[in-house]
Design a protein around this ligand. Structure first.
Ligand code: NI
Length: 205
C-alpha cells in the first residue's frame, strides 16, 4: 500500500477523459483501489477519483456517511442519502428527476477553496466493483452530490467548471472566519452539508 500524490488543477490528467477499465477485476486495479483507500484515509476526504492520483482510468471511490448527509442525521432521511465506502469502475449515471440543488463542495485537486454547485438531487448510477459485481443504486442528497462530483473527474471536469456564479467560490479559511456567502433562493447556507467546509479542509473530494 502507498499514499499517492494528489494532482492539482492545471495538471493535464485532470482535464482528460479517463479511459474505460477493460477488466475491473484485474490485479493492478485492486492494487490501485487499495492505494486510493490509503490516500483518502490519510487526507480524510469524502471521495477520490483515479485521475486525482495521476491515473487516467474510470474508477472512483467515495462514501456518504450519515454525518455528511445534506439532511443531517435525521432518522427520517432516506437510505438513498447514504452510502458505505464504495469502489466503482466504469460508472454511468442518469438523473431520476429534473430537480437540482445548490450545495457547497471542495476538491482535493483544488485545495483551499470551496464553491456552491448545482447538482441533481436524485440519480441512479451503475458500475462494477473490483470483485466484478454490478453496483446499481439510487442516490439522493450528499450521496448523489459526491457521486456526481467524482464522476465529473472522469470526464475532465472540476467543480468550478460547473459553477454559474463565481461569487460563490471562496477560500475555505475565509469562509470559516466570515461564514459562507448566501446562496440566492436558499433560506440559509447549509454549512454542515458540504464536502469542503469543515474544521480540517480534508473533507473535500
Ligand atoms: Ni474533486
Amino acid at each position: 500500500m502507498a499514499i499517492l500524490k494528489i494532482a492539482r488543477m492545471g495538471h493535464p490528467v485532470l482535464a482528460e477523459r479517463a479511459k474505460e477499465v477493460p477488466d475491473p477485476t484485474a490485479r493492478e486495479i485492486r492494487k490501485l483501489v487499495e492505494d486510493m483507500h490509503e490516500t483518502l484515509a490519510d487526507i480524510r476526504g469524502a471521495g477520490l477519483a483515479a485521475p486525482q492520483v495521476h491515473i487516467g482510468k474510470r474508477l472512483v471511490i467515495f462514501a456518504a456517511p450519515k454525518e455528511r448527509s445534506e439532511e443531517g442525521e435525521e432518522e427520517d432521511a432516506p437510505e438513498t442519502d447514504f452510502s458505505p465506502m464504495t469502489e466503482i469502475i466504469n460508472p454511468e449515471w442518469q438523473p431520476l428527476s429534473d430537480e437540482m440543488a445548490m450545495g457547497w463542495e471542495g476538491c482535493l485537486s483544488v485545495p483551499g477553496l470551496t464553491g456552491a454547485v448545482a447538482r441533481h438531487t436524485h440519480i441512479r448510477y451503475r458500475g462494477y466493483s473490483p470483485q466484478g459485481q454490478l453496483i446499481d443504486r439510487e442516490a439522493t442528497g450528499f450521496h448523489a452530490r459526491v457521486f456526481q462530483h467524482e464522476f465529473d473527474h472522469l470526464d475532465g471536469i472540476l467543480y468550478p467548471m460547473r459553477m454559474d456564479d463565481l461569487s460563490l467560490l471562496v477560500f475555505t479559511e475565509e469562509a470559516q472566519k466570515f461564514g459562507l456567502p448566501e446562496i440566492e433562493g436558499e433560506e440559509e447556507p447549509e454549512e454542515d452539508a458540504s464536502e469542503g467546509i469543515s474544521e480540517d479542509e480534508g473533507a473535500a473530494a
